[in-house]
Design a protein around this ligand. Structure first.
Ligand SMILES: Nc1ccn([C@@H]2O[C@H](COP(=O)(O)OP(=O)(O)OP(=O)(O)O)[C@@H](O)[C@H]2O)c(=O)n1
Ligand SMILES: [Mg+2]
Length: 399
């Protein structure tokens, strides 16, 4: 049995939680992503614990708990400033509609619990001594860099069709291959993906698209036809086939969406609908729109100073990132230099404001906004110096 000595603090901090369960005669183990990432020496973001105790029993043992997902068997325990998701050993036999079951069946032992997990590398458990429980050769698959379903892949994908997206997501994040039988099952069962909510699909899609090996994962996403079951991608495989040939892997979510929109040739007035179909936030949609707009401007001609000002620094840098990934030749240094040389970067840097205009005899109303806009444009174009005196003089002229 593999044993890890000197567990990182994120695990040792959780020892008292496991101990408390064990003292009450329950079993408790670290499970899932944290054990996988520990063995891969990747950063560990959260700790999941599996136990033989029922949720009600867990709640009685700890003073501070949250009912996170009681019907799925999960209770969150707060301890020492951290929170731990503690899930009762369970199986997913109650599914009918290819989504996570509404209610689960609790099982008596760890082995039954691990059996229903998605991939061998995610079906590892570790006890408090650092001993790894590996019933499905997850360690071997970690070494072989393989995403392989636990047992029969068709059964695993029937239980939760989202797991097919998780397969390509882990390929991208971990730079792993998909085991052939598991890949075949994804191909055979891709039609189940639309049973899953768009939000859950989107979260996996974004993790895939921003993972370090997204181009290779995207290829499998297309080959298995998973792409046919996500919003607005059906019938678009020829356009999307460019993705695996991109110059680089995107690392920002905004870049990912912008690139997809550009590859799909989605026009400006269709972007909002596309982003809505994927249940993206308005904030994300606005950012992506600005990037795609600036990308179009930059690709067609050189943007004006006003267009650079309107885009803003974040959008400019993000657009340069997108162009870089797409292999679009642009003079990014010159663009950044021009942006840096702008007399003002935001309206708050303008030497005057609406109050100043009123104090100088401009009547409040639509006209005031127009004059302010004129002044802004002249300052950005370098036709008017950004000082109160110069602007006051200009105001006298136009009166
Ligand atoms: N559809 C799913 C989702 C999760 N799991 C199991 O639950 C664990 C925790 O799930 P989650 O936190 O979603 O994934 P992680 O593998 O921990 O990955 P991440 O690092 O992204 O959290 C997984 O490792 C896996 O054992 C599963 O079998 N099937
Ligand atoms: Mg996790």
């Amino acid at each position: 049995m593999m044993k890890i000595n000197n567990l990182p603090a994120i695990f040792t901090a959780a020892f008292p939680v496991l101990q408390q369960l064990e003292q009450a005669n329950y079993e408790a183990y670290f499970v899932g992503g944290s054990v996988r990432d520990l063995l891969l020496k990747r950063p560990i973001h959260d700790i999941d614990i599996a136990t033989s105790a029922y949720p009600e029993e867990v709640k009685q043992l700890f003073p501070k708990t949250i009912d996170t997902g009681i019907k799925h068997g999960t209770v969150t325990v707060l301890h020492g400033g951290s929170s731990y998701e503690i899930t009762t050993f369970r199986t997913e036999s109650g599914y009918q509609d290819f989504r996570r079951p509404d209610h689960v069946t609790f099982v008596q032992n760890l082995a039954e619990d691990l059996k229903r997990r998605d991939f061998t590398i995610n079906a590892l458990a570790m006890n408090r001594k650092g001993e790894i429980i590996d019933l499905f050769n997850g360690i071997g698959d970690l070494q072989k860099h393989l995403i392989k379903a636990v047992g029969d892949p068709m059964k695993r994908f029937h239980e939760d069709a989202l797991r097919m997206m998780r397969a390509v997501r882990f390929m991208s994040q971990l730079c792993f291959d998909l085991e052939p039988q598991t890949e075949k099952a994804v191909k055979d069962m891709h039609q189940l993906l639309p049973k899953i909510s768009v939000e859950r699909i989107r979260d996996e899609f974004v993790k895939m698209g921003t993972g370090t090996n997204s181009r290779a994962a995207f290829k499998v996403f297309l080959q298995t036809k998973l792409s046919e079951g996500v919003p607005d991608f059906a019938g678009k495989s020829e356009l999307l086939a460019i993705y695996p040939k991109l110059k680089f892997n995107p690392s920002m979510e905004t870049s990912l969406w912008a690139i997809i929109i550009i590859l799909l040739k989605i026009t400006d007035n269709q972007i909002t609908q596309f982003m809505r179909d994927w249940k993206n936030s308005n904030a994300m949609t606005e950012k992506v729109k600005k990037i795609v707009n600036l990308f179009d401007l930059i690709s067609a001609k050189s943007p004006s100073d006003l267009e650079l000002f309107n885009a803003g620094k974040e959008t400019l840098l993000n657009t340069i990132d997108v162009a870089h990934i797409l292999g679009q030749p642009i003079n990014s240094e010159a663009l950044v230099d021009r942006y840096t040389a702008l007399p003002i970067k935001s309206m708050s840097e303008l030497a005057i404001d609406g109050q100043f205009l009123i104090a100088n005899g401009v009547k409040p109303g639509p006209n005031l906004g127009q004059i302010l806009n004129q002044i802004k444009q002249k300052v950005i174009a370098g036709e008017l110096v950004n000082s109160e005196d110069d602007i006051q003089e200009y105001l006298e002229q136009i009166k």
